[in-house]
Design a protein around this ligand. Structure first.
Ligand code: ASP
Length: 337
């Protein structure tokens, strides 16, 4: 794949197969659609590593990043992704305390819609809010995280990171550890990894493991060592205190003792098992610095790099119909996922 792009995408039109107008979640995407997005992302990794990182693919198109919740990695990487594709990118951060639910979200959407953006990238603290917004606007919408529901680009970047290291996702055993209850990262990853043929285990204290999680295809554990036994990937999650009302763990010290990843617990996994974390990390609570910074085992930095490439791929894919020189993708059902 050529890393030097001017106004064309690194993926041949014939290999396109993403049929949706939006990217609202991983649930409902086929293995083929996920594969197409990952292949396209691979091309953008090459471009981002080359000297001239920019293309003119999205010249004239506008991306608005609308964040109702804080973000470091996701917002920055969407901004960088849009700019590397030549789009005009506008960032809007809306403080949660200054908005009211429901009507204000729709009002905001309608206001932005009147400015004719081509892509809206939206993060919102309420599950389902991004889908609601997508039904009110004329442009493509990307979910950058909605409550504890989904964070599709995080799961895609995780998958890309794993695939580039291990060659394939099929057959791997992945343990997702920590605050599963409040984690949109866990949900999107469970959907993606099971669709791609991996086995997913989830491990948390009983208070942080949602009932019926096995209905999503993940195997639940309360014991961290048992969950890690023989696994290929250990994915750690932060305690999402901003979504907690009340106390879910006795103390962070006790939490670390039973569920924090350290060398001792990691020893239960395969000797070459790799460590991941979506960030932000709370060292000493869910992960020990010794394993987080282990350059042979930790993929945490690589995940950040893959984030830009995946977001470029998503922006590219969702704007193909708007770019006359690119072959159009198969027509999307209006209001589809
Ligand atoms: N950055 C991820 C998210 O937005 C994970 C986290 O915040 O802990 O869901």
């Amino acid at each position: 794949m050529s890393p030097t792009l001017n106004s064309s995408s690194p993926l041949a039109p014939s290999s396109l197969g993403y049929r949706h107008r939006h990217l609202l979640g991983i649930e409902g995407l086929s293995a083929q659609e996920i594969g197409v997005l990952l292949d396209l992302s691979d091309g953008y990794v090459a471009l981002s590593r080359s000297q001239s990182k920019k293309t003119a693919l999205m010249r004239g198109l506008t991306v608005i990043n609308l964040f109702f919740e804080t973000s470091t990695r996701t917002r920055t990487s969407f901004e960088l992704a849009g700019k590397r594709l030549g789009a005009d990118v506008i960032n809007m951060s809306v403080s949660w305390s200054s908005i009211k639910k429901g009507e204000t979200l729709i009002d905001t959407a309608m206001t932005l819609n009147a400015m004719h953006p081509d892509v809206l990238v939206v993060r919102h603290p309420d599950s389902g809010a991004v889908k609601l917004l997508s039904e009110k606007v004329n442009c493509a919408v990307i979910n950058a995280g909605d409550g504890s529901h989904e964070h599709p680009t995080q799961a895609l970047l995780d998958a890309l990171t794993i695939r580039r290291r291990r060659g394939s996702l099929a057959g791997l055993v992945v343990a997702i550890c920590g605050d599963i209850l409040h984690s949109r990262v866990a949900r999107s990853n469970i959907h993606l990894l099971t669709t791609m043929g991996a086995t997913v285990r989830v491990v948390a204290p009983p208070t942080l493991l949602p009932a019926a999680i096995e209905l999503l295809g993940a195997e639940p554990f309360f014991d961290m060592r048992k969950a890690l036994e023989g696994c290929d990937i250990v994915m750690m999650l932060r305690l999402q205190t901003e979504r907690m009302h009340g106390s879910y763990v006795p103390s962070t010290r006790e939490y670390f003792r039973f569920y924090g990843l350290d060398r001792d617990k990691l020893a239960a996994a395969k000797p070459d098992a790799l460590i991941m974390h979506p960030g932000p990390m709370n060292r000493g609570i869910e992960i020990d610095s010794e394993v987080a910074d282990d350059i042979d085992r930790s993929l945490i930095r690589a995940q950040v790099e893959m984030g830009v490439a995946v977001r470029m791929a998503c922006l590219d894919m969702l704007t193909r119909d708007l770019r006359p020189n690119d072959a159009p993708r198969e027509s999307a059902p209006a209001g589809g996922v």
